[in-house]
Design a protein around this ligand. Structure first.
Ligand SMILES: Nc1ncnc2c1ncn2[C@@H]1O[C@H](COP(=O)(O)OP(=O)(O)OP(=O)(O)O)[C@@H](O)[C@H]1O
Ligand SMILES: [Mg+2]
Length: 345
């Protein structure tokens, strides 16, 4: 099992008299890519800045490789940071941008030549070594920014929404490349995003935060299938959140695992409601009230005859149902998930 390389314990941060981070604890395992996922304003950048040593009023512990780093300056921490805005030096070539940190460290010309050449090759920009930043596309510029951080071999690389300024197609290809660099070079990365799909696609672990608190930490699979509270159930994957009583109204019977009490909250994932009858499944008759084309799938708003709205997602088989079409959905009671805690404070 990989050890916890970065340990954040009881972190609290106050900015201008405002407690922005509230007693947060989470871990990042060595040589993994952990994403830090949360809505805008939840405190992601603030935590990253604290880890990098750029925030002042910070309480709690930050341990990197077993060592407390709070007393160290930003320079002493050997932590790299990549920002949303590439922040390249406009008057330097791509080679010189990547070489900059090594020159500050007074590395020899031969070492710089070798390291920068290898890094430009890793990020696929060898042909652009003599170009200037304004001659590059957004995706290429961000690859330079990542190369500039990685060439210093940081103990930890922090990336703050590095893809959000790029268009959708480049974003998907660059996120896969970042994952590849991370695995190939064995770097521990903490990657901030507010895009769930991005987090699901590239992470070993996801830390979800909201309003300065960690809501849940786990693998993408665990985060998606076993949300621990209502915030998680609603934030991840557009799930249906129902009380036990509402499930009983739909015809689901209580079991030894699921008491279906009115105070309990359950998640029913939209893709697990099926139009096909299944053994043991509960039949839910109703009608379609809204249709959204997603491309490979179609998302429906469905209103059951028991007057409960449900979100449903079905594969696009070329004949989407229309608004007001009646249909019966089938729910396998074994697929419902009891939410860990009923309410987010
Ligand atoms: N200098 C400051 N003084 C007071 N409050 C601040 C300061 N900087 C940020 N905040 C507040 O701290 C909270 C967290 O901000 P932060 O920038 O960390 O959020 P974020 O999760 O990175 O958001 P985004 O996804 O929009 O980048 C916000 O409510 C913000 O208004
Ligand atoms: Mg931010």
């Amino acid at each position: 099992m990989q050890s916890d390389f970065l340990q954040i314990q009881n972190l609290s941060i106050t900015l201008s008299g405002n407690q922005v981070i509230k007693d947060m604890s989470f871990n990042v395992r060595r040589n993994t890519l952990t994403t830090f996922l949360g809505p805008s304003g939840s405190g992601k950048t603030t935590v990253l800045r604290a880890i990098a040593g750029l925030n002042t009023s910070v309480s709690g512990q930050i341990l990197l490789d077993g060592q407390e780093i709070q007393s160290q300056s930003a320079n002493q921490r050997h932590i790299g940071m990549v920002f949303q805005s590439y922040a390249l030096f406009p008057n330097m070539t791509i080679f010189d941008n990547v070489a900059y940190g090594l020159r500050v460290q007074k590395k020899s010309a031969a070492v710089i030549q070798q390291e920068v050449t290898a890094m430009l090759q890793t990020v696929g920009l060898t042909a652009k070594r003599d170009a200037y930043p304004d001659q590059l596309s957004g995706g290429q510029k961000q690859r330079v920014a990542i190369a500039r951080a990685m060439v210093l071999r940081p103990k930890l690389l922090l990336l703050d929404e590095p893809l959000s300024a790029l268009d959708a197609k480049i974003r998907v290809s660059l996120r896969e490349q970042i994952r590849e660099y991370q695995q190939k070079l064995g770097i521990t990365m903490l990657f901030v995003t507010h895009d769930q799909g991005e987090a699901m696609a590239i992470s070993d672990d996801i830390v979800v935060m909201n309003a300065g608190c960690v809501q849940q930490q786990g693998s993408p699979m665990t985060i998606y299938t076993q949300p621990t509270n209502d915030f998680m159930a609603q934030f991840i994957g557009n799930h249906n959140l129902l009380t036990g009583q509402q499930l009983q109204q739909l015809g689901v019977a209580p079991t030894t695992h699921h008491a279906l009490a009115s105070t309990e909250h359950y998640v029913v994932r939209p893709e697990l409601l099926s139009p096909e009858p299944q053994p043991g499944a509960v039949a839910i008759p109703g009608k379609i009230t809204a249709v959204t084309m997603l491309g490979d799938r179609v998302r429906y708003q469905f209103l059951s005859d028991a007057d409960l709205p449900l979100k449903v997602e079905l594969l696009n088989h070329n004949t989407p149902l229309a608004v007001d079409a009646t249909m019966t959905l089938y729910l396998d009671p074994a697929m419902i998930h009891l939410v860990g805690a009923a309410h987010v404070k």
